[in-house]
Structures are given as structure tokens and as C-alpha cells.
Design a protein around this ligand. Structure first.
Ligand code: HEM
Length: 536
């Protein structure tokens, strides 16, 4: 068992205090030997060579030599903090997940924010999506909601993810450019991938330049499922709305800050928590009853689509507060491992093909990045007990006792048994599936432009100006004219004629495609409240 005490908002903090060193402790080697001198290696004579015998030097140096683990293949640059979720009331009418079961119930949390493209040492403020990865240490197991600050995604099927990331990341021959999308490979891929258009609009908007991590919205993006204790399922989209409102930098500020203070967002989060100005979000869901799945003019399994909030309002379930900085960046922020497949009873998956692929990818990458026993690391271990028949593997922490690590068995002493019916174990929602094996996208995923137009139409004039400036800046950096032409004529012209012609003018091109009339409806709910204050 990990924690004997009941789960509350501070139970994870207590769990993490195990390794505290008392003041006045003496330095030892890793074997517990008291150290007499940690600053001089053992030499043959005052001016002689260092001796092979110097086990203390070797232990200190080899440990240092092995300090780095691979950075995340995406979202390498990140910052995290501890906090809690507090439920506003009972949501047992839509989910049996215990964290939503009663008013005032608190669940400890850890949230890691990140940029996607940059390496671990890159700046905080490039134009990029921000990761919004949440770990809920519930009393029924760990639930990870691995979201972003934009409600949709670039692609519809996870099998395209390696292509997307290879296009976004620095080019392989010269590792240029660092942490920005303005280069030929990204726009080449984008211009040949019409499903990206809606996401492009968001990424070229001020949403991709958050002024503070505390002023970003968060989204689970995919349609997930909620399931009640009675087995009734509904589809849900997760939303986080910042108490401080939504505020962004403008591009010029973002570029200057990247040079002057690459830690701008990281520092802001750390300082705010230190002075007690705790970032806070309201947490809610859009709920679509199972029988309404087909009622929309898009497919709710398509992660490039939002469900407009005018059609399905967000039901607020609680609030999230971040109130404690990490003690150790590596042990917590770097070793934390989020995985969309970490769910609890009452939360389940939909057949979104992007989500389905993610369910494989995260555990796979973490086996390499943090190793097969990553779930035992302090930041990852649940606050409820863990018992199963897994054993061994690199860096195993638990000393499992006895002869038996298999099931069924008759020799075990206290061998973990399956939970009988009636106990609240995880049972996958029994969705009826009937289909032929087929490597094809559903035609219901085919409209790539209507919601991009909806987004464009919802923008205020100044927001449109920023989008035009952003796309023009980016395309001006692209060296291949055919790519510029495809973006303008095959993507932008399908979103809005004015958008296409304004960008074309900025980059010295002609719009040759017949642009579509506006075909989305306006949605003021998408527009940001007001421009961010200028930073002096
Ligand atoms: C990492 C979000 C799509 C593979 C992350 C992180 C976030 C995130 C927030 C950083 C987690 C952290 O802070 O440690 C998303 C969202 C997606 C998406 C919201 C779409 C809606 C995908 C897809 C794949 C993928 C389709 C692959 C099929 C990865 C991998 C990592 C990662 C391999 C690194 C994880 C690690 O090393 O711990 N993603 N992602 N992501 N994502 Fe995604």
C-alpha cells in the first residue's frame, strides 16, 4: 500500500514528504558511508594522478554522467505545480467518478504546462500550442486528462502524428529552426493536409501566445465518455476556464520576451504561487446524451471540431487551484508521466481515432523515457493502494513478498484478487461495435473548412488583423513559392475570401482559387475578451 491515510487535497503532499532530509544530517555515499572529504579526489602524492581506487570520486562522477534522461519527444519544455480539484456538487447523474460525487470533495492534482515543438531549454513564448496535462490523484486511482490550451487538434488520425511532428520540429539536416512553425517543412505538410485548417486558424491567433499560463483555457479536446453507476453513458468534452480571464501577448512582445526572459511564463507561474496568488480554473463538461451522437453537422469523434457552446453549454463541475510549487524540477516536473489511458471508473474513451492512437503512444514512450517502473516514482504513484502481480524490471522499488506472482493461485498469502461484481472496479463501457476492418477515414470527417470559417467570423477586427499578420509573417519565411500558393489557394481561400486576399497581398501572391463565401455561423463565444495589456 502507498498511503494509509485518507485521500484529501493534501494527501499527495504528505506522500511526497517521505524523502525529506532533517537539518544537520551528515553527507554519506549512496551506501551510507560517512564522507570525510567531498572536494579532493584521492591522488598518488600531492601532485600525482587520481587513483582508480577512488570509489567516492567514481560514484559521484558516474551518477553525474547519467543525470539526464531523454527529453519528451514532444512537449519537452514544461513547468508544473501542485494543487487540487474541488467539486461543486454531485455529478452522479452523469458519472460515477468519485471525485465529482459530493460538494466540497477535494482531490490532489499536479498540472504540467508545456510548449510542443521546442526542446527542453527553449523559450517560453514562441507561437505554439500549450500543453495542459492534469494528473488527479483520486481515491480510485490516478486519472490523467492530457489536454491543450486549444480545443481542437491538427490531425484526425493518430497514425499521422509522427508526420506532423517531423514537419513541426527543426529540420533534420541542420536542426533549424528552433521552436517555431515558420519554416518550409511545417507549411509544406500543412498545405497538403486540409484537415489542419481549423487548427491553423487557432494557432495563428493570439491563443498561441498566452501571456500567462494562468490566463489560458484548457481543453480535453477529444470526446470522452462519462458513465454512471447504473451504466448510462454520455459523451463529454472537458473545459477549463481561467478565473483571471484569457489574455495573450502580441507577437512583437512574444519575440522580445523570448530574448530577454526565456523563462517568462515559468517564472510568472512560480512567482504567483510563491506570493499566494494561486492560479484557478473552473472545470466543466459539455454533455451529449448517447442518443444525440449523430445530431450534429460534424462527427463528434472528429478532434478537429468543437461542439459550439451555444449548442451545448458547459456544465461546471468544480474548480482547480494550483497552490504549491515543486520541490525538485527533475523528480517532479521531468519524471511525471501523463497518459490519456489512465482513467477511473466513470470515465471512458470514445472511438476518436486520434485518442485511440494516443492510448498506445504515451505508455510506449514512457517505457523508454522513464522506464518500466515509472508508476512507482513518487510523483506518479497513486495515493490509493496498488497491488498486482507485476514484478521486477529496471529500478524496481517495491519489494513484493512471497512465492506467488501469478493468478490464479492456491499458494499465495494475501494474493490480490479481482474485485467482485458490485465493487467499484473499472469496467470498460460495453459499446456495441460492428464493422468491417478498413483503413479509411469516415466521410463524416470530411468537412475541413466550416469550423475554420466559424472561428474566423467570430473574431473581432483586431483579432483578424493579428491572424493575417501571423500567417503573412510565417509564409514570408517560407522559401518555396508553391507552398505559399497552396496555403493561400487551397486552405485560406476555403476559409474566407478576405483572409486569403489579405494574406496574398502581404506576401506578393495572387489568389487564383475561387474563394468560398462565408459558410460558418458567427460565434462571439470564441472571441477573446479584450487585447492583453501591453508590456513595457
Ligand atoms: C506529450 C497533449 C496528441 C504523443 C503530450 C503532452 C501533452 C500532450 C499536454 C505533455 C505531457 C506532459 O506534460 O508530460 C496532446 C493532445 C493531443 C495530443 C491534447 C491531441 C488532442 C498526441 C498524439 C500522439 C501524442 C496523437 C501520438 C499518437 C505524445 C507523446 C508525448 C506527448 C509521445 C510525450 C509523453 C512523455 O514523454 O511523457 N501530449 N497530445 N500526442 N504526446 Fe501528446
Amino acid at each position: 500500500a502507498n498511503a494509509a491515510s485518507p485521500v484529501d487535497a493534501t494527501s499527495k503532499d504528505r506522500d511526497l514528504q517521505r524523502d525529506l532530509v532533517d537539518p544537520g544530517e551528515r553527507m554519506t555515499t549512496n551506501q551510507g558511508l560517512l564522507v570525510s572529504d567531498d572536494q579532493n579526489s584521492l591522488k598518488a602524492g600531492l601532485r600525482g594522478p587520481t587513483l582508480m581506487e577512488d570509489f567516492h570520486f567514481r560514484e559521484k562522477m558516474t551518477h553525474f554522467d547519467h543525470e539526464r534522461i531523454p527529453e519528451r519527444v514532444v512537449h519537452a519544455r514544461g513547468v508544473a505545480a501542485h494543487g487540487y480539484f474541488e467539486s461543486y456538487g454531485s455529478a452522479t447523474d452523469i458519472t460515477q467518478a468519485g471525485l465529482f460525487s459530493e460538494k466540497g470533495k477535494q482531490t490532489p492534482m499536479f498540472i504540467r504546462f508545456s510548449t510542443v515543438a521546442g526542446s527542453r531549454g527553449s523559450a517560453d513564448t514562441p507561437r505554439d500550442v500549450r500543453g495542459f496535462a492534469m494528473k488527479f490523484y483520486t481515491d480510485e486511482g490516478v486519472w490523467d486528462l492530457v489536454g491543450n490550451n486549444i480545443p481542437i487538434f491538427f490531425i484526425q488520425d493518430a497514425i499521422k502524428f509522427p508526420d506532423l511532428i517531423h514537419a513541426v520540429k527543426p529540420e533534420p539536416h541542420n536542426e533549424i529552426p528552433q521552436a517555431q512553425s515558420a519554416h518550409d517543412t511545417f507549411w509544406d505538410f500543412a498545405s497538403l493536409t486540409p484537415e489542419i485548417t481549423h487548427m491553423l486558424m487557432w494557432v495563428m491567433s493570439d491563443r498561441a501566445l498566452p501571456r500567462s499560463l494562468a490566463t489560458m483555457q484548457g481543453f480535453g479536446i477529444h470526446t470522452f465518455r462519462f458513465v454512471t453507476a447504473e451504466g448510462v453513458s454520455s459523451f463529454v468534452k472537458f473545459h477549463l476556464k481561467p478565473k483571471k480571464g484569457i489574455h495573450s501577448l502580441v507577437w512583437d512582445e512574444a519575440q522580445k520576451i523570448a530574448g530577454k526572459d526565456p523563462d517568462f511564463n515559468r517564472r510568472d507561474l512560480f512567482d504567483a504561487i510563491e506570493r499566494g496568488d494561486y492560479p484557478e480554473w473552473e472545470f466543466g463538461v459539455q454533455v451529449v446524451p448517447e442518443e444525440d451522437e449523430m445530431k450534429f453537422d460534424f462527427d463528434i469523434l472528429d478532434p478537429t471540431k468543437i461542439i459550439p457552446e451555444e449548442d451545448v453549454p458547459v456544465r461546471m463541475l468544480g474548480k482547480i487551484v494550483l497552490n504549491r510549487n515543486v520541490d525538485n524540477y527533475f523528480a517532479e516536473t521531468e519524471q511525471v508521466a501523463f497518459h490519456p489511458g489512465h482513467v477511473v471508473p466513470g470515465i471512458d474513451f470514445s472511438n476518436d481515432p486520434l485518442l485511440q492512437g494516443r492510448l498506445f503512444s504515451y505508455i510506449d514512450t514512457q517505457l523508454r523515457r522513464v522506464g518500466p517502473n515509472f508508476a512507482e516514482l513518487p510523483i506518479n504513484r497513486p495515493v490509493c493502494p496498488v497491488h498486482n502481480n507485476q514484478r521486477d524490471a529496471m529500478a524496481r522499488q517495491t519489494i513484493n513478498k512471497g512465492r506467488v506472482s501469478y493468478f490464479p493461485n492456491s499458494l499465495g498469502n494475501g494474493c490480490p484478487a479481482h474485485s467482485p461484481e458490485g465493487m467499484k472496479a473499472f469496467v470498460s463501457y460495453a459499446e456495441k461495435i460492428d464493422g468491417v476492418k478498413i483503413r479509411q477515414r469516415s466521410p463524416s470527417f470530411g468537412d475541413h473548412f466550416s469550423q475554420a470559417t466559424l472561428f474566423w467570423n467570430s473574431m473581432a477586427t483586431w483579432e483578424k488583423d493579428h491572424i493575417v499578420a501571423a500567417i503573412s509573417f510565417e509564409l514570408n519565411m517560407v522559401e518555396t513559392k508553391a507552398i505559399q500558393e497552396r496555403v493561400v489557394n487551397e486552405l485560406l481561400a476555403n476559409v474566407d475570401g478576405e483572409l486569403a486576399s489579405r494574406v496574398a497581398k502581404h506576401i506578393g501572391l495572387q489568389v487564383t482559387a475561387a474563394s468560398k463565401p462565408n459558410h460558418g455561423k458567427s460565434s462571439p463565444a470564441l472571441s477573446m475578451d479584450k487585447p492583453a495589456d501591453a508590456i513595457t
